[in-house]
Design a binder for this molecule. Structure first.
Ligand code: T46
Length: 186
């Protein structure tokens, strides 16, 4: 397992080495010791399996405000997606910057993101299964949707040109960052 922090501190690429034999293979999306060696000591409160049926489905941006900030581990189990994390840590030198990763079940690469980021996801294939761990409880009262195409962030989504974008209304009609940053204390 190799864990590499990006220039945006708090975003870590995680590469996994499968243990394979004639029966199949085994991977460990989370392993406490190598994560702790990289300084990552989150204790998971939620383990989520998220299935998305169609490619070009866009979810987010989603953020939970204090005191329900979440660190997240996102591991692809099936299919491919583009995962985006936006730095909303007030004191961060990279505040407002985003990091994206193509998470590919065939490559078994995953992402660990510290507390204080908003998240979004665009599926690049049909049948995308993600394992998502979060180190805090879900709190609908603290959940905030932010426009996926907010010009403040200018996320370069790799939307598929030949396919309709699937979104739920809450995300499609989400307010701009400027309208919610007060609620987030930013
Ligand atoms: C996000 C979340 C949701 N839920 C419950 C609430 C609803 O009953 C149900 C579906 O929630 P929602 O439609 O808000 O979830 P998504 O829009 O698919 O959010 C997903 O995509 C975006 C990009 C993410 O950052 C989330 O972590 C990820 O799960 O799961 C929970 O119990 N825990 C959670 O952490």
């Amino acid at each position: 397992m190799r864990i590499t922090e990006r220039a945006i501190k708090g975003i870590f690429d995680v590469e996994l080495d499968p243990a394979a034999d004639h029966r199949g293979w085994l991977i460990k999306p989370f392993d406490a010791r190598p994560f702790a060696a990289a300084g990552l000591t989150a204790e998971w409160r939620q383990v989520i399996v998220q299935f998305t049926e169609h490619k070009n489905t866009l979810k987010g941006l989603h953020h939970q405000a204090e005191p329900f900030l979440e660190a997240k581990l996102i591991a692809p189990i099936e299919g491919r997606c583009f995962w985006v994390s936006v730095d909303l840590r007030h004191e961060s030198p990279t505040f407002g910057q985003w990091g994206g990763a193509v998470l590919d079940a065939d490559k078994r690469n995953s992402l660990y993101v510290s507390r204080g980021f908003a998240h979004g996801c665009l599926t690049l294939s049909d049948h995308v299964n993600l394992l998502i761990c979060a180190d805090n409880d879900y709190s609908p009262d603290h959940g905030v949707s932010i426009a996926w195409n907010d010009p403040t962030f200018a996320i370069d989504w790799p939307l598929l040109a030949d396919t309709e974008v699937v979104m739920k209304a809450e995300h499609r009609d989400a307010p701009p960052f400027a309208a919610v940053r007060g609620k987030l204390g930013l």
